[in-house]
Write a protein that binds this ligand. Structure first.
Ligand code: DGJ
Length: 729
């Protein structure tokens, strides 16, 4: 049993293997948060509440002369704005009379097994073997209710949270803010880790001590974005990779978000995550329900590595789904950096032929195969094959690629439209634009209004036609600009604040339909690289192109930051040509291979132009990757160095769950003459077990973990090594 309810004292306790989360119905039904942290059984944490009269923190009317009860200082589960809690709220409502206030108090609860019902129209974590608690709160003065949903996944120390807001009034209300969760902590000795970036340099970790006031990150770009990721970690000041408390909060959503931590006037911390209130409002009609997207909470009292292990497992086993969830993904070759728009069927077949000879599994035809798409200024929206480029058509090309022994994948950018396209000429109003205002162009393109069902229907029909026309086994789903001019002719003026969220719902409905129709097709997410890398997309696309930056050295930092939340099995990563197209840097082919193997692995270069030696190296890499694919995808990943601090070398490792096998990867970032000795300490082995390293020696797990592996002197910038560790006892 994971959830304990003490009816008499109004106490709700959620236990996972190593954590405890506790809530309580407080005075006047105020729903309090009492504790979240390391496991503590048989404890009523009410004793932690400090009821003190604080100046300028008002008191609920029912408290009469008791000035110690204040919504402004009590720890709350789902605070609403306008009735005395002046901190960041979860909920802001404009009531039918125009007042901006709600005051939520406990009404009822129910407990059940499993994690149903699913959130309508929204992706969510799935798990049969768990318990769910629903607690319904009601506004003191209206018939608005909020049902908070908590599902407990004991083994992974995960609690998922979402909420249903129901308007039981006879008139509409407007939601101005509807976050997914907040977590109140009575102190503030915390750091907040966030993951910032830009196009081609995503998810760079930043760790800052909290200060009084608010520290927050967000996206108003219509996608979760390259610029900030909807994942944050709150941790103790001393928490490191290997020790200390930390809390990860990940949003199962792919659009605008807000995540932050606020230290209030008396030094308490409130961590929060949810839909970005900016550009958001939702008119809730009488009887209607608004479902708040899910947030995942994960706790570790053993440092950041453990937190990542748990999140990785959650994502692999309870977020990603479908045929490819745990299966080895195809090693693919993508033609983008090989040809850009300049290709025809002969060029693709040449690449495919060379790739097949080296053991590669799939050819992915990237942007440029459809409509009048010969550059990035035209064609988006016209999802019909350009037979001038692909003579003989798609089916013939796919058959010829299949005959070479490769499967076939294809690129789409469904959510976009070029002004120079038949689709735009027929339906200019399908693009997001504000009447009387010229829309912002980005990469010369406009965004389709995914909030409109007819747009989603058109895309479904077009994509279905392509996907049924040939033996296509993979789709790369790209999105190459952010949303501006967010206005839709589908809803009246007063509801325009709903469009950003309706866009995401439209996107999810299209993905959902296509996945149901094509359960055997592997979908890879992409947004100009990793601009929409989040748990929402991972519910549909079990891998996401991690970055448009394929430079091995930059990728080390990008993949390092990505790894805090996301497992290697989700990280799209390819070997590309040198000098690298994004940085101009030249790195050894072997190192490009080692770095790309910390992901789904593939190639993105004209393999037919490689020398015989290089091709041999590719053949070895592909074989090596296939041999280690399950260790890489299912094993536990550890960051052995922080490339933002250690500029001399980078290292990471994978350890099998039975601790019998490990792969340690090392890249020299800067060669130096007469270097200091370097010993690489492995993690996660069994101390008493004996292991061989690269087939040699007889070392105990303790020796490798504490004594380390001596790294031989490497005489070249960016040289790399791998150490295969295999149990011999
Ligand atoms: C951006 C993607 O990230 C690239 O890999 C490539 O597919 C281009 N778009 C194509 O336009």
């Amino acid at each position: 049993m994971a959830i304990f309810i003490d009816e008499k004292n109004g106490l709700f306790t959620l236990h996972t293997e190593r954590s405890t989360y506790q809530m309580k119905v407080g005075p006047f039904g105020i729903f309090l948060h009492l504790y979240y942290g390391a496991k503590a059984e048989n404890t009523d944490f009410s004793y932690r509440l400090q009821m003190i009269d604080r100046g300028f923190s008002g008191n609920p009317y029912q408290a009469d002369n008791d000035r110690t009860i204040s919504l402004d200082s009590l720890p709350l589960e789902y605070p609403a704005a306008g009735t005395g809690d002046f901190r960041e709220s979860c909920l802001a409502v404009i009531q039918a009379d125009g007042s901006r206030a709600a005051d939520l108090r406990y009404q009822s609860h129910r407990l059940f097994s499993g994690k149903k019902p699913e959130l309508p129209g929204l992706p969510s974590v799935y798990h049969d073997d768990c318990q769910t608690l629903e607690v319904t709160l009601k506004d003191t003065s209206t018939q608005l209710t909020v049902t908070l949903c908590y599902s407990v996944i004991e083994k992974l120390d995960v609690i998922t949270r979402s909420a249903r807001i129901v308007n039981g009034n006879k008139a509409a209300v407007t939601l101005d803010r509807a976050l997914s969760c907040c977590l109140d902590f009575p102190e503030h000795p915390y750091d907040l880790m966030t993951f910032h970036g830009k196009h081609a340099m995503e998810r760079i970790p930043e760790r800052t001590p909290l200060r009084y006031g608010t520290t927050s990150v967000d996206s108003v770009r219509g996608a979760s974005s390259h610029q900030q990721n909807p994942f944050v970690i709150l941790c103790g000041r001393d928490t490191s990779e290997e020790q200390g408390d930390c809390y990860g909060v990940a949003f199962v959503y792919s659009g605008n978000f807000l995540a932050g931590a606020q230290v209030d006037q008396i030094g308490q911390t409130r961590l929060y995550m949810g839909l970005n209130p900016e550009n958001f409002s939702w008119q809730l009609e009488p009887g209607d329900t608004f479902t708040v997207p899910e947030a995942v909470l994960c706790f570790s009292d053993q440092g950041l590595s453990r937190l990542s292990h748990k999140l990785h497992r959650l994502i692999r086993e309870h977020v990603c789904r479908g045929e490819y969830q745990l299966a080895r993904r195809p090693v693919l070759i993508n033609n983008w950096e090989a040809t850009y728009f300049d290709f025809d069927e002969q060029k693709l077949l040449t690449i495919a032929k060379n790739a097949a000879e080296l053991g590669i599994d799939m050819l992915v035809m990237d942007d440029g195969w459809f409509g009048s798409r010969n550059g990035d200024q035209s064609g988006l929206g016209d999802w019909t094959v350009n037979e001038q480029k692909l003579k003989g058509g798609l089916r013939s090309l796919v058959e010829r690629v299949n005959a070479l022994g490769l499967s076939f994948g294809i690129w789409f950018e469904p959510e976009m439209v070029s002004e120079d396209s038949d689709l735009y000429r027929a339906h200019p109003d399908w693009a997001l634009a504000i009447p009387g205002r010229e829309p912002v162009r980005s990469r010369y393109q406009l965004v389709l209004d995914m909030s409109r069902p007819e747009v989603v229907e058109y895309l479904y029909q077009s994509m279905e036609a392509v996907l049924t026309s040939a033996n296509i086994q993979y789709v790369k789903w790209d999105m190459n600009r952010h949303l501006s001019d967010v206005w839709s002719s589908a809803v009246p003026a007063g509801r325009q604040g709903e469009i950003s969220h309706r866009y995401v719902l439209g996107l999810y409905s299209l993905l959902d339909r296509l996945l149901k129709r094509f359960p055997n097709v592997l979908f890879e997410g992409c947004s100009g690289g990793g601009g929409r890398f989040d748990l929402g997309m991972l519910c549909y696309t079990p891998q996401i192109w991690c970055s448009d930056n394929t430079d091995a050295i930059d990728r080390i930092s990008i993949q390092y930051g990505t790894s805090f939340c996301y497992p290697a099995s989700t990280v799209g990563s390819h070997v590309s040509v040198c000098p690298n197209h994004q940085t101009g840097r030249t790195t050894p082919l072997s190192t490009r291979g080692v770095v790309a193997m910390a992901g789904t692995f593939g190639y993105e270069l004209d393999i037919s132009k490689m020398s015989v030696e290089e091709k041999e190296e590719v053949r070895r890499q592909v074989a090596f990757f296939k041999e280690h694919a399950s260790l890489i995808a299912q094993g536990e990943y550890d960051r052995l160095t922080n490339p933002l601090e250690n500029h001399r070398y980078a290292a990471w490792q994978f350890v099998s769950r039975d601790q019998r096998q490990a792969l340690v990867c090392f890249v020299l970032l800067q060669a130096t003459c007469n270097p200091e000795p370097l010993l690489l300490r492995v993690r996660g082995l069994e101390p008493g077990r004996m292991y061989a390293v690269n087939g040699q020696g007889n070392y105990s797990g303790s020796a490798l973990m504490h004594g380390g592996i001596p790294v031989p002197f490497l005489y070249e910038d960016f040289a790399s090594l791998t150490f295969e560790i295999q149990a011999i006892s």
